[in-house]
Ligand binder design. Structure first.
Ligand code: FAD
Length: 500
């Protein structure tokens, strides 16, 4: 492959998603006289627009698909190669593309993203949603559908069940509450009423709840153990108030063939046992008589014993990093989730090869307040930081881990509510060594604070709470808040002034 090299670039970045584009922009602008290449499979690239720093750590931006010429016009030293990478030879520092060309690199960054982890491969009745094409296919199929089964409990499933209209949705989640990737049972209960069709939610009086990891005091009507709470046994907040990327559904109507509005039934604590075609289902029904489930193109049997016929199944059960083309003949170290392991300089186990975004797994020793989640914000941060690390390496300059990896922070929207997640927002990895404070106003806001050793280590803010900046500062300052107790969430106290 060495002798066939068409050209050698100082830097080659693979992937026209957020991570790859951010990385290549960083390198092209820092080294205007060096040759930089972006190798990407599709004709378009994803560009960050309307970037807004919401607070020290929180950022918001839109992502737009643009023709790749936009980048070439901006950076004269950048060449865009429209072909997928077919193979990589780390020993000779070159990549081969699907159209048979070979390019050399001095430093390479792999930003090839991830693809949906489908329940089953090559079943025409099972769809995954990843990119514009798959979203359009979903929309087309939905237009003729009366009932769909959505399997999965992450962000994509959450958005989807909320947006779909005029089609019955059976939502199968493996957990005891919806949105387990982002929320606990209390937040899930707060969101559930939004799934009920077109109901206006009146704001109920505000209640505060406190949850401790200790035994509840006998008279403590508002106290629950964290364990009870996480098992969803706390009725408090519930009754008293409880690639593509963000907005991928904006601009596409998600309507089925039925009349009416949203109809969602959630099947909790179950996974898919089996998917039958209508013929297979007929045969199996003859052996074991089943209740009349109508006639559908596909049937989904769940592990809770229920079987549902539907027009098609949406598999939203996570993603698998796209690493295959890069592995053969090389010696990459992979994480359990299939991502390329990277160190605190975004470097893989192969010399001069970096990785960023969904394709990589962050394997350095994380800050106690940060965790990797395959999200747009992290794809942008990693792409940018990988570019800086590659530059520092070339210039033999030292570089410290960027401060964006100090505190996990994410702003998004679920069920039309603003959602801010900070630090160990779900008490991840804290075991029983934490305390929760919760304030909830039905239909308006849900605020949860995670305290550990008296210090705030995480928060979930749903609705227009205006608390993100103060909480972010409290988390970063590591201030002992023991003395403030429940007052922290007292709605009558202006907490911003309090900590001024
Ligand atoms: P990608 O955006 O997947 O880009 C990968 C690029 O690599 C693509 O251009 C692809 O063509 C290219 N490529 C792949 N293989 C090769 C190859 N062999 N050779 C050359 N090029 C290759 N995140 C959020 O933060 N908030 C959300 O609300 C949200 N919603 C989502 C909804 C959906 C439906 C999906 C699918 C994802 C959502 N995400 C969301 C996740 C977010 O989109 C991803 O984390 C992010 O896009 C990852 O960026 P990336 O650059 O690493 O990968």
């Amino acid at each position: 492959m060495e002798s066939k090299k068409e050209k050698t670039f100082k830097f080659v970045v693979v992937g026209g998603g957020i991570a790859g584009v951010t990385c290549v922009e960083q390198l092209s602008s820092q080294f205007p006289s060096e040759a930089v290449a972006l190798v990407t499979a599709g004709p378009h690239i994803k560009a960050v627009t309307n970037y807004k720093q919401v607070s020290r750590r929180l950022e918001e931006f839109d992502v737009e698909e643009k023709p790749s010429s936009v980048l070439e016009d901006k950076y004269p030293n950048l060449t865009i190669i429209h072909s997928a990478v077919k193979s990589l030879r780390t020993r000779t520092h070159c990549v081969e593309t699907a159209d048979g060309r070979v390019f050399g690199y001095e430093k390479l960054c792999i930003c090839s993203g991830a693809r949906p982890k489908l329940l089953t491969q090559e079943n025409p009745h099972v769809l995954g949603i990843r990119d514009t094409d798959s979203a359009q296919e979903f929309q087309k199929r939905l237009a003729k559908a009366k009932r769909i089964v959505v399997v999965g409990n992450g962000g994509i499933a959450l958005e989807l069940v909320y947006e779909v209209r005029r089609c019955e949705v059976i939502w199968a989640v493996k957990d005891k509450a919806i949105g387990n990737t982002f929320f606990d049972a209390g937040a899930a209960q707060f969101l559930i009423p939004s799934l009920e069709a077109d109901k206006e939610q009146a704001a109920a009086p505000c209640k505060r709840q406190r949850f401790t990891t200790e035994e509840p005091a006998p008279d403590a009507a508002h106290t629950f153990t964290a364990d009870e709470y996480s098992r969803g046994q706390n009725p408090g907040p519930v009754e008293s108030g409880s690639a593509l990327g963000p907005d991928w559904h904006r601009g596409i109507e998600l309507r089925g063939a039925e009349q009416g509005s949203r109809r969602v039934s959630v099947e909790y604590l179950c996974e898919v046992e089996h998917i039958f075609t209508s013929e297979e289902f007929l045969v199996s029904s003859k052996q074991t008589p089943k209740p009349d489930t109508g006639s559908w193109p596909v049937y989904v049997q769940l592990t809770n014993g229920e079987t549902f016929g539907c027009d098609f199944v949406v598999s939203a059960t996570g993603v698998v990093p796209n690493t295959e083309p890069f592995l053969h003949g090389n010696n990459f170290s992979l994480a359990d989730d299939g991502g390329l392991r990277v160190d605190d300089h975004m470097m893989t186990s192969e010399t001069d090869v970096y990785a960023a975004g969904d394709a990589c797994s962050a394997c350095w020793e994380h800050s106690p307040l940060w965790q990797q989640m395959r999200l747009w914000t992290q794809a942008r941060q990693m792409g940018w930081y990988a570019g800086r690390c590659m530059a520092a390496d070339v210039l033999s300059e030292p570089i410290d881990l960027d401060f964006c990896f100090e505190l996990f922070s994410h702003v998004t929207k679920f069920f039309n509510y603003k959602v801010v997640l900070l630090g160990k927002f779900n008490a991840q990895g804290l075991g029983s060594d934490h305390e929760l404070l919760v304030r909830c106003t039905k239909g308006r806001e849900y605020v949860k604070v995670v305290l550990s050793g008296g210090r705030m280590v995480g928060a979930v803010l749903i609705g227009e709470t205006d608390l993100e900046e103060t909480f972010e500062n409290l988390i970063l300052n590591r201030m002992d808040l023991t003395a403030y107790g429940e007052e922290l969430l007292n709605p009558d106290i202006d907490i911003e002034d309090y900590f001024d």
